[in-house]
Design a binder for this molecule. Structure first.
Ligand SMILES: Nc1ncnc2c1ncn2[C@@H]1O[C@H](COP(=O)(O)OP(=O)(O)OP(=O)(O)O)[C@@H](O)[C@H]1O
Length: 259
């Protein structure tokens, strides 16, 4: 398909003789929000590290707009599990970091990010240090730093895993609203099936090691969404089916029904 921004085609990867990724094929279209859920240690972060080219696959192809990823000009904005804010830099200077790394002066980078603080619920905290912010605010600051780089795609590695349940729900609702406005292409790794259902257009379910994709689901919820939509029969049904797939992978056909 031509609108696929990124594609992993028959990717396998082993570490020290231990096969982590079996034979992974997946794609993310431009403007699509896709999640990967799977058991702990199944290789979800490895998929992202292959995309950032921190790792190389043993076999298979990584494509960007149909061309080999390593040859195609592209840029991905990566947000890790921990917020990874630099404690010695003020929030505004953390937010500018990705721009400064790309050679933009701090002054110009500050002018770019400053108007976004209100949108990210961080107005008034520009000159605070990370330790002075709540966990949810730090994650929003890390997300601001990630999205401000105008990259082709956001790679989000379990970004809200360390947050308490209420803060996590608030930031999910906020991110859903932001995404609906901006339509960033995004690939999210998460353990949280409800989070995946709430945020995604499509969800891939990975098996345990060696990981393969056992099912993929299209989320039948319109946008914009609110947390209340998770109570709808359609959302409940898909959440239950994904959990069943994770708990009883042996009952799945090889690739399950098409999304
Ligand atoms: N550089 C590496 N060298 C050796 N083993 C590795 C390396 N990177 C990952 N692994 C192993 O590969 C497996 C998959 O790791 P990965 O972090 O991708 O899983 P994950 O699904 O993201 O896990 P979690 O959900 O717990 O974060 C794990 O057993 C891990 O120990």
């Amino acid at each position: 398909m031509t609108d696929e921004l990124v594609e992993l085609r028959k990717i396998s990867k082993s570490f020290d003789g231990m096969q982590v990724l079996g034979d992974i094929s997946l794609a993310v279209a431009s403007g699509e929000f896709v999640s990967i859920v799977g058991p702990s240690g199944s290789g979800k972060s490895t998929v992202l590290r292959l995309l950032t080219q921190a790792l190389r696959p043993d076999a298979g192809a990584l494509l960007f707009k149909g061309a080999p990823l390593e040859q195609a000009p592209h840029s991905f904005a990566f947000m890790p599990q921990r917020d990874a804010l630099m404690p010695w830099r003020r929030i505004i200077d953390n937010a500018t970091l990705g721009l400064e790394v790309r050679g933009i002066s701090r002054r110009a980078a500050r002018a770019t990010v400053a108007p976004l603080f209100e949108h990210f619920g961080l107005a008034g905290f520009e000159h605070h240090y990370p330790a002075e912010l709540s966990g949810g605010m730090r994650q929003r600051a890390a997300l601001l730093r990630t999205v401000v780089q105008s990259q082709d795609m956001l790679l989000l590695d379990e970004p809200f895993g360390a947050l308490d349940a209420l803060t996590r729900t608030q930031i999910q609702e906020w991110l859903q609203g932001m995404w609906t406005q901006h339509r960033w292409t995004a690939l999210l790794i998460t353990h949280d099936v409800r989070e995946a259902v709430f945020l995604s257009d499509r969800i891939y379910v990975l098996s345990a090691r060696p990981a393969r994709i056992i099912r993929q689901f299209r989320v039948p919820l319109s946008r914009p969404r609110s947390i209340a939509d998770l109570g709808s029969p359609a959302a409940q049904a898909i959440e239950t089916e994904i959990l069943q797939t994770l708990l009883h992978p042996q009952e799945q056909d090889d690739f399950g029904p098409p999304a």
